[in-house]
Design a protein around this ligand. Structure first.
Ligand code: MLT
Length: 259
């Protein structure tokens, strides 16, 4: 798979790899990469089927996204790294930690969960794929946007809603369908959490209805070294909806890691 990667280079001692959510792309992490101001090597990339990365057959299992991440670490000769993932990116970070714990220096888990899809979630995926096939991707996109944002953001920040709409609509349709199906195939990573002794920051939008604060609390309870903060005026896209609050916790956590 040819993946589109933005690598700030090998100068700084520590690395952070950013993992975007579905169906977005690496640009959702621009502000967080910028705020680190060269203190970390930052690697942003588009998952297969998203952004400028190759789509391939569009037939994916969730595990393939984790294969891509571990292959990318090898390719960029990153022995150990922080992983910062939102939602699908968080699922990937936890599964990568389960497969290759020695490669993980720390985790930033945003608006995500450790459980696999429930029956209800699998049926929602079936509905989403049906909507795309029957009504087109814009019908899916409008439903998804409403679920993503807090009602505050949806009402008060139309420019952000428009940016995210653009991100979704520019994602190749086989990538959206293939990833929807793949997300239902991910494994439950709850069992690994008590063994993950790395420093972990968990952030969640107070109004996240896709991966709600209770899911974040469950991860914090299971992880030995996790701190959890709730982001006000934010739903599922907390880093975009309230970047000031998000970045305060994000920068403070990473400053402590590099001290
Ligand atoms: C995401 O933001 O990555 C998705 O909402 C994840 C999901 O649908 O489970």
């Amino acid at each position: 798979m040819n993946l589109h990667i933005v690598d700030s280079g090998s100068g700084p001692a520590k690395t952070i790899v950013f993992l975007h959510g579905f169906p977005f792309n690496h640009t959702m992490w621009r502000t967080q990469a910028a705020v680190l101001n060269g203190r970390f090597r930052t690697v942003l990339y588009d998952h297969r089927g998203h952004g400028q990365s190759e789509v391939g057959s569009g037939q994916y299992l969730f595990e393939f996204f984790v294969d891509d991440l571990l292959a990318l670490l090898d390719r960029l000769q990153i022995q150990k790294t922080y992983l910062c993932g939102l939602s699908m990116g968080g699922y990937m970070a936890l599964r990568a930690a389960e497969r290759a714990m020695d490669r993980i220096e720390g985790l930033i888990l945003c608006d995500t969960r450790c459980e696999a899809d429930s029956n209800e979630a699998k049926l929602k995926r079936a509905k989403a794929v049906r909507t795309i096939e029957e009504k087109g991707v814009s019908a899916f996109c409008e439903d998804f946007l409403k679920a993503c944002f807090s009602s505050y953001t949806y009402r008060e920040n139309p420019a952000l809603v428009a940016d995210v709409r653009e991100m979704i609509m520019s994602t190749p349709v086989p990538g959206i369908i293939g990833t929807s199906i793949a997300l239902a195939t991910r494994t439950d990573t709850s069992a690994i959490l008590p063994k993950l002794k790395v420093p972990t920051l968990i952030l969640v939008g107070e109004d996240d209805s896709i991966t709600p604060p209770e899911a974040a609390k469950t991860m914090q309870t299971l992880l030995p070294r996790a701190e959890l903060h709730t982001i006000p005026h934010a739903g599922h896209l907390s880093n975009l909806e309230n970047p000031d609050a998000f970045n305060k916790y994000f920068v403070d956590f990473l400053r402590r890691q590099s001290a």
